[in-house]
Design a protein around this ligand. Structure first.
Ligand code: 13P
Length: 263
């Protein structure tokens, strides 16, 4: 637990279910080249499983890191259609996204499954990007913090302080994903502050201070600066805007610019 706040930005591009292998290699190559102009930001590309190898080939000698969008909690076995932490690691990933709202809402992923996956990822030395967020209905009915609190507690259940310190949290309000509606910097900070306090209460201040908490949901070059300037926002999980190298890199640069102001 040595990371000092404010953290330099971690900017991860979740490509979701997009791109051919040719398009992926091109985008990864443009992103890796452009990353040289954003020194100090950690950039992570998170392609679909089938594109991991093509992207790995392109970024392997660059500082750009690789992540997977999901994984199963078992190491191997009769689980048709699934991939394990070992496979994800073998493909070159350092990160894995777990509990994304699209997995929770479209594929019925439960808090208990996310917890098992988080433990499996940590067991194999992967860094989980553990996603949580409220729906519009939950926000409108004043249940935002209740929902986030329960996802937080259930997802991290049974982890000790040392393990929690290795988890990256990602707050992604469901109503902001792919909608063009970003949480305002104040709305995002309110939740990030809540998550950091929850970490502090449960695992102690040093763990809370070193935790990286990302924001995701319609992050674009023109809102990245004001979001990153908030005290408890350490980076972004970017969807749509990561599918173009120019906008993804500009988000990283805006975050770096805001980071300088925070120091
Ligand atoms: P958008 O940036 O497209 O809203 O997606 C956010 C997201 O879900 C990243 O994981």
């Amino acid at each position: 637990m040595t990371n000092k706040r404010p953290h330099p930005p971690l900017v991860a591009g979740n490509w979701k279910m997009h791109l051919s292998s040719e398009e992926a290699a091109r985008l990864a190559s443009q992103t890796a080249k452009g990353a040289l102009d954003a020194p100090g930001a950690e950039l992570v590309l998170i392609p679909p499983f089938t594109l991991l190898h093509a992207v790995k080939r392109v970024v392997s000698d660059t500082p750009v890191q690789l992540g997977a969008q999901n994984m199963h909690w078992e190491d191997k076995g009769a689980y048709t259609g699934e991939v394990s932490a070992l496979m994800v690691k073998d493909a070159g990933c350092r990160y894995v996204v777990l509990g994304h709202s699209e997995r929770r809402h479209l594929f019925g992923e439960t808090d208990a499954a996310v917890n098992k996956k988080t433990k499996a990822a940590l067991r194999h030395g992967l860094t989980p990007i553990f996603c949580l967020g409220e729906t519009l209905e939950e926000r409108d009915t004043g249940r935002t913090f209740e929902r986030l609190g329960s996802q937080f507690a259930a997802g991290l259940e049974g982890l000790d302080v040392g393990s929690v310190a290795k988890v990256v949290l990602a707050y992604e309000p469901v109503w902001a994903i792919g909608t063009g509606k970003t949480a305002s910097p104040q709305q995002a900070q309110e939740v990030h502050g809540f998550l950091r306090r929850s970490l502090s209460e449960r695992y102690g201040k040093p763990a809370a201070d070193c935790a990286i908490i990302l924001y995701g949901g319609s992050v674009k070059p023109d809102n990245a600066f004001s979001l990153f300037r908030e005290k408890d926002i350490d980076g972004f999980l970017v969807g749509g805007a990561s599918l173009e190298a120019a906008s993804f890199l500009q988000i990283a640069k805006e975050a770096l610019r805001a980071h300088k102001e925070k120091r």
